[in-house]
Design a protein around this ligand. Structure first.
Ligand code: GLU
Length: 430
């Protein structure tokens, strides 16, 4: 298997050199447990039949049923889904959730499909993987280019197959179909809780901080809006087609409303509105956004955005990984040497899966929580794990990523140890 997965695993070597763990752990975490590759027939609106490639990878389930989203994106491959499933394993352990890690995807340009084609594809995907998922086995959720509506279709298809209503099989569902209040904003909200904690520790003032946000999907858009409300200046925002920059700061809510009408940020007539009169903004490229001199560069798009190619030109003081794997392992080292702080994905974006866990709990208990309760518990979880990681990084003199991995891997090591390792089985029972 190629690149991203090898690169993802490379970070474990450093972690294992710092803890005492049986070779069993190394061996267990080097391979995904199940990799399912499927070909999904999709009837198009014009009658044509297309067959699309899909995947579900369950990486490791020692800490509980596997958990992770499903993405619809042309770049989806076995390598990408396996890397994402690996990160989910670490992430669920970092957040202290009783889950293993998984991920799924279909290689397709979701934007080119009609609504009905999208529904047929979502249902077809579930038919193809139904045998290996379930509320106590593997629980899908939204990821790039999938959303609550799609989760609703997927859950409905699963209920039809098993002839039971088991909402705990999928999280991120619409609220009226068993979804949790607060799930939609959870990834962005969780990222902000981590940033706030970091800013507080560093003694910085949010009102004086400038943030650039790469990516304006669910996570990026909610993060930008919430950070703006908290007083940060959002000076640049990009989507897959382009970016806008304003020295005086942008209003992400307005951009969100305009994106709904114009569909892409760089084409947006930001000047349509009154904000333009007081705001001078310009259209820039995605690459230019990454290289802006800001306090925080929030990466909320795809993996591998900061690489050998551009790492030397990064000027931000800190990077907030709202997406999964936006910085490759080589650049991670370079950034550390250059004194640029990276707040790592396995902590920063764990708010999404944490509220997915809350949704699963609500589905299984039948007792539904108020939004304030969801937010309160999310804040508590994010701050607890963030504080632990910040302190460990300081105490042990390691990067925040290494501290986060150590934190998660130790929990996985504990589970593997308690099941018995080579050392245990080689002992003479006496
Ligand atoms: N796709 C999200 C992630 O990468 C959420 C996963 C989930 O809720 O299971 O963390």
């Amino acid at each position: 298997m190629s690149n991203t997965f090898q690169d993802a695993k490379a970070r474990l070597a450093d972690v294992f050199s710092r803890i005492e763990a049986s070779d069993d752990v190394d061996e267990r975490l080097a391979h995904p447990k199940i990799m399912l590759e499927v070909n999904i027939p999709l009837r198009m609106d014009d009658g044509r039949l297309r067959v699309l490639r899909g995947y579900r990878v369950q990486y490791n389930d020692i800490r509980g049923p596997t958990k992770g989203g499903v993405r619809f994106h042309p770049q989806v491959s076995a390598d990408e889904v396996t890397s994402l499933a690996f990160w989910m394993t670490i992430k669920c352990a970092v957040a202290g959730l009783p889950y293993g890690g998984a991920k799924g995807g279909v290689a397709v340009d979701a934007k080119s499909l009609s609504r009905l084609e999208l529904e047929r594809l979502s249902r077809g995907y579930i038919r193809a993987i139904a045998d290996i998922i379930g509320p106590t086995r593997d629980i899908p959720a939204p990821d790039m280019y999938t959303n609550a509506t799609i989760m609703g279709w997927m859950a409905d298809e699963y209920y039809t197959i098993v002839r039971k209503n088991v909402p705990g099989v999928i999280t991120g569902k619409p609220v009226h179909l068993g979804g949790s209040l607060g799930r939609e904003a959870a990834t962005g909200q969780g990222a902000l809780f981590v940033l706030e904690r970091w800013v507080e520790r560093a003694g910085l003032d949010p009102n004086k901080m400038r943030i650039a946000v790469q990516g304006f999907g669910n996570a990026g858009a909610h993060f930008a809006c919430l950070a703006h409300q908290a007083g940060y200046h959002i000076v640049a925002i990009s989507d897959s087609r382009g970016a806008v920059y304003s020295d005086a700061g942008l209003d992400p809510e307005l951009l969100m409303a305009q994106k709904r009408t114009h569909r892409e940020i760089s084409q947006m007539l930001y000047c349509d509105s009154s904000v333009c009169e007081s705001n001078i903004y310009k259209v820039i490229t995605n690459q230019e956004l990454l290289e802006l001199d800001v306090d925080v560069l929030a990466l909320a798009a795809l993996e591998n955005q900061v690489t050998e190619e551009n790492v030397e030109r990064i000027q931000a003081s800190s990077l907030l990984e709202v997406a999964n794997g936006p910085v490759d392992s080589h650049s991670d080292t370079v950034l550390q040497q250059r004194g640029i702080t990276v707040l790592p994905d396995v902590l920063v974006n764990s708010g999404g899966v944490t509220v997915s866990y809350f949704e699963w709990l609500q589905n299984r208990s039948g007792l539904y929580w108020e939004e304030a309760e969801v937010t309160r518990r999310l804040k508590k979880t994010m701050e607890r794990e963030a504080d632990h990681i910040f302190e460990a990084a300081e105490d042990e003199g390691v990067s925040l990523r290494t501290a986060a991995y150590l934190h998660g891997v130790k929990r996985i090591v504990g589970a593997i140890r308690e099941q018995g390792t080579e050392e245990y089985f080689a002992q003479d029972p006496g």
